[in-house]
Design a protein around this ligand. Sequence first.
Ligand code: C2E
Ligand code: CA
Ligand code: CA
Length: 698
Amino acid sequence: MAGRASGSASTVPGETGGLASLSRLKRGWRQPKPSVTDSEKAARALRFIQCVEDQGSGWFWETDREGRLSYLSASIVDQLCAIGQDPVGEPLCDVFTVPGDDVSAERTLRFHILGRTSFSDYHVSTAAAADRSWSISGRPLFDDVGQFRGFVGTGADLTAKRRTEAEVTRLALFDSLTGLANRAKMQLSLDQLLARRPGQWQPLALLLLDLDRFKAVNDTLGHQTGDLLLKLVAQRLQRTVGDGALVGRRGGDEFEVVIAGECRRDVLADMAHGIVAALSQPYHIAGSSISIGCSIGIAIAPDDGDTSETLVRNADLALYAAKGDGRGTHRFYIAELLALAQMRRQMEDDLRQALPGGQLHLVYQPVVGTATGAITGYEALVRWEHPRLGAISPADFIPVAEESGLIEPIGEWVLRTATMAAAQWPAPVRIAVNVSPIQFARPTLPLLVTSALAKSGLDPARLELEITESVFLGGSSANDETFRNLKLLGVRLALDDFGTGYSSLGYLKTAPFDKIKIDQSFVRGLGHAGSRNAAIIKAIVTLADAMHLETTAEGVEAQDEIELIRALGCTHIQGFVYGRPVPEQQVIQQLSGTTVAVPTGVKVSRAARTRMLRTIWIARDGRRIPARLRDISSAGAMIDDFEPLELAADARITIEFVEGEPLDGVVRWIRSGRAGIALDQIFDFRSIRQLARFQSAA
Ligand code: C2E
Ligand code: CA
Ligand code: CA
């Protein structure tokens, strides 16, 4: 055989080898090159060849004019013989084939051989052992008179390299902390499941999970505890969903579950409930008991998408909605969520223009002292006049501003504008300014407040900053610093929307508040039979009194509520009953006369209604039909177009303002084809209102 016949060239006459020759070689670079004889050259070449062949890092080959192998290094000959191939004398292109169906590459290799042109780094295999692979390069050889003699070339083993690559890939597919599949691996699995041929196709569900309050644990108890917690979460999650599902970690505190063959919503909802319940049980780590929660978004293929990209996006939208619903819950994807997300993006783009375009202005709502009936101050509320859509509620655009970072310039503008306005009002009338948790987290807030006070000349004692409970969620010590600095400035602090958060009351003891603003939801329906709101307000007032804090009842609309609020002991009242928010000029007018406020709101309380035309779903006794919504309030709705369901007064029905999210209610009245529905629970119809606006604008 050629390979073996080439023999060994370990000793070359006249050479001593070793270090001596190496140092000579090195020195030789700088000196005039000594003349090298042909035999020396040949000897050196042989040494190099042998070195490469012995190390096994590469091999050599040579063909005759017809492309048949006339030489092949021993190592590769051995390999091929071991799998029953005797390569020498065979055409190169028959011994080495291009793996897979890469016909064009195969053709090009032949083309090079026939065309007598060089090639490099062709990945080849062999018919007898497809799992082995090599890379070969070669060039044509011509003799002194320019006659083609054949090809010479090199080869290298790729099998080992491929194995290492496979190991690297394996590592890259699993999350090193939890051992779960990582995002890349999950995507791969999802792609494979979705790419199945029609006959093997199965529906599947993707659940995206996000832990609630994980960041707080990480921040307060440290990363080691955070890591341990993630491991425990991974174990519980795996145990809860069982072997039938793929579980992965997307990164941070996000996990995902893929369930093949399941698309029944009730089954998936049960599973989601189970996961939320399991992950919300306390964890015991290093002597402390830790509680976190989890929110889940669910998308089902093929209805909600048939590519991994769409499915993940839609499950993510559902997750976002679940978090918006107050966390600790799950949501299924519905098409409206995509519309809402597109609307949010559009709103964000438009909002960038709002401040420079002069589209924002402030209005002021009076706050009235319960004992005297006098106006003690105003709350500044921002308004956005959208050039195309008209007035947009801050309840809709402030969250967008918070997510996009725009809240900082907007918040600064609000603070400066409100303090400038209030500086024109007679003392001691105060101004209350809402401060977003994002603004509060900036260490520069006290500086900004100082600057606004200095510029306007407003007495710090007349500025009240309203902060919601969510500033405590981060649990960071930077908060304490900000509280301290703000108090040093002499401004007042109010805890806004009290009762809607989910943190403990502990922070009331430490944070230096001057006032608690009791959320509107406790004032709503205060006078209604069976409402427990009065008891809740009483409890809050008792707590506040003990801590010498003022209390404002927010959202008081009806005159009959004023007496109730007074009786419960709230020190202040704010709401439509004493007037809606008004522009600056009207405040100055109001304050130039008597500051005693006159209640002008409705006499008797009733939930505010919004007109809204939209298709909804109603169901009764297992029958579900589309109907039309006419108006909506937090307590109920008026509908028509429901004939097939034969409703009558007192019938119990479910109503879906958003498809897939039924709310229970009862028919209160039926008149001329319309029905009034009272919902069992007060609900927040803000997102439906947003949606209706978007759809009518589209
Ligand atoms: P908030 O701070 O709780 O403000 C009170 C909201 O209740 C205002 O809504 C006000 O118009 C409304 N309201 C007052 N009395 C009544 C009533 O009797 N009945 C009803 N149904 N509503 C009443 P608005 O102006 O739409 O603001 C909504 C929310 O947007 C505010 O809630 C606040 O969280 C946020 N916001 C408003 N302006 C700003 C601002 O300048 N900066 C920040 N960060 N947030 C703001
Ligand atoms: Ca407020
Ligand atoms: Ca409030």
